[in-house]
Design a protein. Structure first.
Length: 126
């Protein structure tokens, strides 16, 4: 925002903002409440990751997924998309139990569905 110095010589002067016709309050910087709200919502935007559309890089960034597991997921997904968590666990070696729970806690979804407690507690998966 430009400023104009009003007054002349050694007399008192005052600094006042200059508003042009094109400037408005809408172009002002957002306040601290805006930045706080944005900061609070940021994890929600990054939380959900769909396993059927995730890239290799996105899979490898997940806690508990390395290069080999990401490759197995991509290989099986190339044959057909995963229907649910059970389908993922059956088709991808190493995608059961604690690892599955860890991915669910990170917000990973399979076919748009987050993991359910019933699927995690199923004794057939362990």
């Amino acid at each position: 925002m430009p400023f104009r110095i009003q007054g002349s010589g050694f007399s008192a002067f005052r600094v006042a903002p200059v508003y042009s016709e094109s400037s408005s309050q809408a172009s002002a910087m957002p306040g601290p409440r805006f930045w706080l709200a944005l900061l609070c919502l940021l994890p929600l935007a990054a939380a959900a990751l769909e396993i059927n559309t995730a890239t290799r890089a996105e899979l490898e960034q997940l806690n508990g997924v390395g290069v080999a597991l990401a490759e197995r997921v991509l290989s099986e997904r190339a044959k057909a998309p995963f229907r649910d968590w059970d389908d993922l666990a059956r088709r991808v070696k190493g995608m059961r139990g604690a690892r599955s729970e860890r991915l669910q806690a990170q917000g990973v979804t399979v076919n748009g569905v987050p993991g359910s407690r019933a699927a995690r507690d199923d004794p057939r998966q362990r």
